[in-house]
Design a protein around this ligand. Structure first.
Ligand SMILES: Nc1ncnc2c1ncn2[C@@H]1O[C@H](COP(=O)(O)OP(=O)(O)O)[C@@H](O)[C@H]1O
Ligand SMILES: [Mg+2]
Length: 597
């Protein structure tokens, strides 16, 4: 007898589930995508017990006939693609036909569905219910249900305890579920999305008229700039934060490719680099970027959870994104245009050409020589600013102490663009980034005070109440001691409301609600809500809020005080948001540049 056997279906489904269903949020993601594919205008997500107890997604989409409902839970059954060539231009979210059987193989699964009334308004048929217990045989029964589909997934991984162990805390799983709801809402403005936790609605996105309205409602009072542009076959619409709001991770930057939320390091980097020198490498702005491109130029079938895509020419997409955003951001925030060109991944395919700027309205003509499936029209080839071989300006933030200038001995000359401080030193010209410098000073002061358990606080005249999620309110209640050591008197005053009563005196410029929101986000994102690991991050967030920003006018006295304060800063004490604060051009270099030597 041979040793090879065919896997039974339920085992095959469980194996597939290993790739598709990582955690409760992946269940929600698949179900929401199905609802969108079914033309839903409303999607409701109900979650209990961090999604492990229950994830229920209800939609008002097309619904399914009894026959289709039975097929839907079978492996490799999909209504979305029929032949191999369809795979080249997928416009739907789903296409793999494995989500429902995979989910049903690792949970207690119930699907209830009824087709929408037909055109004439005649009810077509009764509803049907399909139940599956841990991948067992489906049981079908008639049921009364509104038009559309409701899928209930209970006790996720009840029959695969090993997988269950990999789940993180309830708060972490909840946070991932919220991200799924938010991504669905951001991906399509007209969709109404409701998220409820333990029977209570915690987030709600009502139908919006366009992406801008949707993004603004989702991001609350975060000031985001709208940047739009087109290059070749790529259309970009982005809503991005000011550089000072940047984070050390790209997690607050959401990217959509043809409406599909994707994780893509190269694209996130292109966005960050478009900010130019005001953003240090490794830091990312907050916001949302929508990329729209011919579906034939992007392969969405490269990741089991469809979280990654592959472009026919990823470098060109990155470059195009960078170019569109660099100009738009400079205009929006009054910053210098990013002069650095996009830092392409080093490996260059043989024969690949550079991609010069495309002029608006230019037709993307494939460049024969490039040998790439698509490319931008060659307008002024080679006219892009040359990448100078000159050494990049020296960034002194991490310089050894003896190399650091004595800031207080620099003579302040002028403020440039309300962003930089121009100073003269013995050995050359210094240009300081006023926000980065002020942030360093505030961070240093906060940290020193924190270590001595002595952050001075100031009571607010009127307590400020902030709406947060139930989880976050619980977090504030639990961590009140730790928060008060940070100089914050903040207390939960309702299931989803906290009140700020006092703030660190050093942060008199900051808005209490923003500090509290960011601080919670920072601690939650850094995982596990362990304050001890996150103190530096939290202090850096506070410092960022409490400091002079780009765009603030500084008097000569204020600039002078900042220079003096910088000399007190212990630059070795690492600041997680730290970025270069000063650059120097030596006299000899300057003389060389103007040809005196
Ligand atoms: N909410 C829904 N409304 C209508 N039809 C659905 C819904 N969810 C799933 N289906 C049907 O079930 C099929 C299988 O779903 P799924 O396993 O997620 O595979 P895929 O989405 O890749 O096609 C879908 O192709 C669709 O026809
Ligand atoms: Mg699907």
């Amino acid at each position: 007898m041979g040793v090879i056997q065919r896997l039974p279906d339920d085992l095959a489904n469980q194996i597939a589930a290993g790739e598709v269903v990582e955690r409760p949020a992946s269940v929600a993601k698949e179900l929401v995508e199905n609802a969108l594919d079914a033309g839903a205008t409303r999607v409701r997500i109900d979650v209990e017990g961090g999604g492990v107890g229950l994830v229920r997604v209800s939609d008002d989409g097309s619904g399914m006939s009894e026959e289709d409902a039975a097929l839907a839970v079978e492996r490799h059954a999909t209504s979305k693609i029929a032949k191999l060539s369809d795979l080249a231009c997928i416009a739907s979210y789903g296409f793999r036909g494995e989500a429902l059987p995979s989910i049903a193989s690792v949970s207690r699964f119930t699907l209830r569905t009824r087709r929408r009334a037909d055109e004439a308004g005649v009810e077509v048929e009764a509803g049907v219910e399909v139940t599956i217990l841990g991948g067992g045989p489906p049981r079908m029964a008639p049921c009364g249900v509104a038009a559309g589909t409701t899928i209930e997934v209970k006790d996720l991984f009840f029959n695969v305890p090993a997988r269950r162990k990999f789940l993180r805390s309830l708060a972490t799983e909840s946070a991932h579920l919220t991200e799924v709801a938010e991504a669905a809402a951001l991906s399509s403005a007209e969709l109404t999305v409701v998220l409820s936790r333990e029977g209570r609605v915690v987030r709600e996105w009502l139908r919006a008229k366009d992406r801008e309205e949707r993004v603004r409602s989702s991001f609350g009072d975060e000031a985001l700039s709208r940047c739009v542009g087109e290059r070749g076959p790529l259309r970009v619409e982005a809503f991005l934060s000011r550089p000072e709001r940047a984070r050390a991770a790209a997690s607050a930057l959401t990217l959509f490719v043809n409406g599909r939320p994707v994780r893509d390091r190269a694209l996130a980097r292109a966005v960050a680099q478009a900010y130019g020198s005001v953003l240090e490498a490794g830091r990312y702005p907050l916001g949302v970027v929508y990329l729209d491109i011919d579906p034939a130029l992007v392969d969405v079938n490269v990741h089991p959870q469809k979280a990654e895509v592959r472009f026919a020419d990823g470098r060109a997409v990155g470059e195009a994104l960078f170019r569109v955003l660099a100009d738009e951001l400079a205009r929006a925030f009054g910053m210098p245009v990013a002069t650095r060109s996009w830092n392409r991944p080093p490996a260059k395919p043989v024969g690949a050409s550079e991609f010069p700027p495309v002029h608006f309205g230019a037709v993307a003509e494939p460049v024969a020589a490039s040998g790439l499936p698509w490319s931008f029209s060659t307008g002024e080839a080679g006219k892009e600013e040359p990448e100078t071989a000159a050494a990049p300006p020296r960034l002194l933030v991490d310089a050894r102490p003896e190399e650091r200038p004595a800031f207080s001995r620099l003579a302040f000359i002028a403020q440039l663009r309300q962003t930089f401080l121009l100073c003269e030193g013995q050995d050359g010209v210094y240009v300081l980034d006023q926000h980065a410098a002020a942030e360093r000073v505030t961070f240093h002061r906060l940290r020193t005070a924190y270590e001595k358990r002595g952050i001075a606080t100031q009571a607010l005249l009127f307590p400020v109440s902030v709406e947060v999620t139930a989880q976050d309110a619980a977090f504030v209640e639990e961590e009140q001691r730790a928060l008060s050591e940070l100089g914050l008197d903040v207390r939960a005053i309702g299931p989803t409301t906290v009140a700020v009563h006092a703030m660190p005196r050093l942060l008199s410029r900051a808005k209490p609600e923003n500090v509290v929101r960011d601080l919670i986000a920072e601690v939650t994102r850094s995982g596990g809500r362990a304050f001890s690991n996150a103190v530096d991050l939290v202090l850096a967030t506070m410092a960022c809020h409490g400091s002079v920003r780009a765009g603030d006018r500084l008097s000569a006295e204020e600039a002078g005080a900042l220079l003096v304060a910088l000399d007190q800063v212990d630059f070795a004490g690492h600041c997680p948001h730290g970025r270069p604060i000063v650059t120097r051009i030596g006299w000899d270099e300057l003389e060389r540049k103007v040809g005196r030597r």
